[in-house]
Design a binder for this molecule. Structure first.
Ligand SMILES: CC(C)(COP(=O)(O)OP(=O)(O)OC[C@H]1O[C@@H](n2cnc3c(N)ncnc32)[C@H](O)[C@@H]1OP(=O)(O)O)[C@@H](O)C(=O)NCCC(=O)NCCS
Length: 171
């Protein structure tokens, strides 16, 4: 049976391996290690999909900020999302996103930013970030840079810059 649970120490090495297997390279696993050792890490928002004690997927949401002319607005970056190759296209990624977003709501978070494939993330309600007047501190393709409001209109009239911490530049 598949369970979605918060990460715990005993799974750290398996999470790393699942991410490397999913992406076929180590950069995203290293990103997770860097976020985990940063103040931007929120343990309840690092979720794993576990089946028979095996980690088959992982999702992480970490703190970022949006710098707007009059204010600094807290947000979350969804990154990375990984499902091991043998279990892709079976709904596990979707379950991780849905469980993660529910947890974000429970923790009273209002804004999630993601960089990814619009066809995938639109189904969860993400919209092109430029629609909200958001820009990114990193050079990103406009269509891949998306935002989701978890409360009514936290992004109205913001026109801010989503500021990615330096470790995102290395991915
Ligand atoms: C992207 C990923 C997390 C999706 O997880 P999953 O469990 O396979 O996804 P689900 O089964 O919930 O959903 C399947 C849908 O995702 C789409 N999809 C799967 N991989 C995709 C990818 N790399 N890019 C875009 N869409 C993808 C499929 O087309 C499918 O859509 P459909 O149902 O309309 O046909 C997984 O394929 C993965 O780990 N890929 C490698 C790592 C990666 O590229 N992560 C991207 C996020 S940072």
């Amino acid at each position: 049976m598949l369970s979605i649970i918060p990460e715990s120490n005993k799974y750290i090495a398996n999470i790393r391996q699942a991410i490397v297997d999913a992406f076929g390279r180590t950069e995203e696993a290293e990103l997770v290690d860097k976020i985990r050792s940063s103040p931007n890490f929120i343990p309840q928002l690092s979720l794993i999909a576990v089946e028979n004690q095996q980690v088959v997927g992982h999702i992480l949401f970490s703190r970022i900020v949006i710098e707007a002319p009059q204010q600094t607005i807290p947000a979350l970056a969804l990154a990375p999302l990984a499902v091991i190759p043998s279990r892709q296209h079976q709904g596990i990624g979707s379950k991780l996103v849905q469980a993660g977003l529910s947890k974000c709501c429970e923790l009273d978070r209002a804004i999630v930013i993601v960089v990814g494939e619009p066809n995938y993330y639109q189904r969860f309600g993400f919209q092109t970030a430029s629609k909200f007047g958001l820009q990114s501190s990193l050079p990103l393709p406009e269509r891949a840079f998306m935002a989701l409001e978890l409360k009514p209109n936290p992004l109205s009239n913001i026109n801010g810059i989503v500021c990615y911490p330096d470790y995102f530049q290395e991915v």
